[in-house]
Design a protein around this ligand. Structure first.
Ligand SMILES: Cc1cc2nc3c(=O)[nH]c(=O)nc-3n(C[C@H](O)[C@H](O)[C@H](O)COP(=O)(O)OP(=O)(O)OC[C@H]3O[C@@H](n4cnc5c(N)ncnc54)[C@H](O)[C@@H]3O)c2cc1C
Ligand code: SF4
Ligand code: SF4
Length: 429
């Protein structure tokens, strides 16, 4: 259908669209949208124009900027969800000569990323929503994060990193398998901060013959590299062998990464992420709450603080780690974690499937440490990071709320302060 001629009134709107070439299918926008306007299939994330009210809540959290796309279309015939699901790239701008002035939606959606797009939903009762609590700003003292330096539309060809190491970091011989993979960028600039992620493009094509899209992985090394002085980053990758419902499946990118040999080349995009960043000011405290590979950014932050401490030139605040896994064998970096000095990091581990032991989750640990956590929740120099499985998010936020209220703080006020101050960061997948 020709959108430019099919509408008698000719009223146009700016339609909110997602760029399929850049989107890394991280689900952040879908989890953020308060009205359920974003949906996806196995290939694309798309915005339903019939539902989207252009509130812009999804724009700041998108790590790639792919959500910040707008096309002028006739109000009567926006691109349908079905059309968008079939796209490999965004359509060009329509020629709308002879049409009437922009319609009612135009003001709200046309401003690209310069719009003051930070609606601050007040924490309220009702179903849990990530957007209510997740900060869309980094800590005030975070270093500047570079993003989108490399990607399909930014710089061709893709960056090729070389595998410099690949070791298993969970116990061998079990049905789970997590790898620590070091990628070397050689002489190519690839600046990353702790808490950022990169995209990996697996070779080959999907079932419909299209190139695989990039998958996102948190960087688990600090800003000066896994090996200081070398231009490299590390990743913590879990081999996906069953889907979220427990059905057998062979995850494309995770299996590709876990099977890489030293010397092989990997296509990389990124870096991504501007908010899940660590504070840089002296005496700032970091509380890290994670499960499984959610430990990757926590490892990066811990290691950066460890290097700063070793330099003798930085007075850090507390480091607290709450780390959950099904069993100790399944917990990445279990051995090295035990070797960190107790006066450097306060480590709390929860295992949910240790034979003969009651199930314990990270939120149980948080409640046990309520007396230590309550003052930190109220302390503007303390920053909270949650990373891991989506299922943990609500339980952790509820535990923090219980701790705050138990100490006499009004959660609506405190939760809002944590978000506005860039002090509570949720990254789950
Ligand atoms: C911000 C962000 C950071 C991430 N960081 C990491 C990280 O540090 N380490 C890491 O290992 N992964 C991380 N992921 C997840 C990663 O991007 C991939 O989704 C994951 O590796 C699966 O990709 P795949 O290609 O192997 O599986 P696919 O081929 O894409 O999927 C196969 C099937 O498995 C399901 N599935 C996808 N992911 C998982 C999962 N994690 N567990 C169980 N089933 C799954 C899918 O729904 C699908 O049915 C991160 C994701 C995001 C959004
Ligand atoms: S602009 Fe608002 S309503 Fe539209 S998709 Fe984004 S979050 Fe949802
Ligand atoms: S990259 Fe942006 S548009 Fe794509 S799924 Fe993530 S948040 Fe949504």
């Amino acid at each position: 259908m020709d959108r430019a001629t099919s509408d008698e009134s000719g009223a146009v709107i700016k339609q909110h669209l997602i760029d399929p070439e850049i989107c890394i299918r991280c689900n952040t926008c879908e989890a953020t949208c308060p009205v359920g306007a974003i949906t996806h299939d196995s290939r694309n994330y798309v915005v339903d124009a019939q539902i989207c009210n252009l509130c812009m809540a999804c724009v700041p959290p998108c790590p790639t900027g792919s959500i910040d796309n707008w096309r002028t279309v006739l109000q009567s015939s926006p691109y349908t969800v079905t059309e968008q699901l079939g796209w490999d790239e965004l359509p060009g701008e329509l020629s709308l000569e002879g049409q009437t002035e922009p319609g009612i939606n135009d003001d709200a959606g046309a401003g690209k990323s310069t719009l003051p797009a930070q609606p601050l939903a007040a924490p309220t009762e009702g179903p849990f929503s990530n957007i209510t609590y997740n900060a869309t700003l980094p800590p005030w003292s975070a270093a500047h994060a570079y993003t989108n330096l490399y990607g399909p539309k930014v710089r061709e060809p893709f960056v090729e990193a070389t595998v410099a190491g690949n070791v298993r970091v969970t116990e061998v011989g079990k049905d789970y398998d997590t790898h620590h993979i070091v990628l070397d960028f050689g002489s190519l600039p690839f600046p990353v901060l702790e808490g950022q992620s990169i995209g990996v493009i697996p070779p080959g094509t999907d079932a419909s013959g299209r190139a695989h899209h990039a998958r996102q992985y948190s960087v688990s090394s600090p800003r000066n590299g896994e090996r200081p002085g070398y231009n490299n980053v590390s990743l913590t990758v879990k081999r996906v062998l069953e889907d979220h419902q427990g059905h057998p499946v062979r995850g494309v990118a995770s299996n590709y990464l876990c099977d890489l040999a030293v010397g092989e080349k990997v296509r990389v995009t990124g870096p991504f992420g501007t908010t899940f960043l660590m504070p840089n000011h002296p005496r700032s405290t970091i509380v890290m709450i994670c499960t499984g590979t959610g430990s990757a950014p926590m490892r990066a932050m811990t290691e950066w603080r460890r290097r700063l401490r070793a330099s003798g030139k930085f007075a850090g605040g507390k480091l607290m780690l709450f780390f959950g896994a099904r069993s100790k064998e399944e917990l990445p970096y279990f051995g090295p974690l035990q070797n960190l000095p107790k006066d450097f990091i306060d480590i709390n581990l929860a295992f949910s499937r240790t034979p003969g032991q009651p199930k314990r989750y990270v939120q149980d640990l948080l409640r046990e440490r309520a007396a230590d956590l309550a003052p930190l929740l109220a302390d503007g120099d303390s920053f909270f990071y949650v990373c891991g499985l989506k299922a943990m998010e609500e339980g952790v936020v509820l535990a923090l709320r219980e701790i705050a209220e138990g100490a006499g703080y009004a959660w609506d006020t405190l939760g809002s302060e944590l978000r506005r101050g860039g002090r509570l960061h949720l990254e789950t997948y």
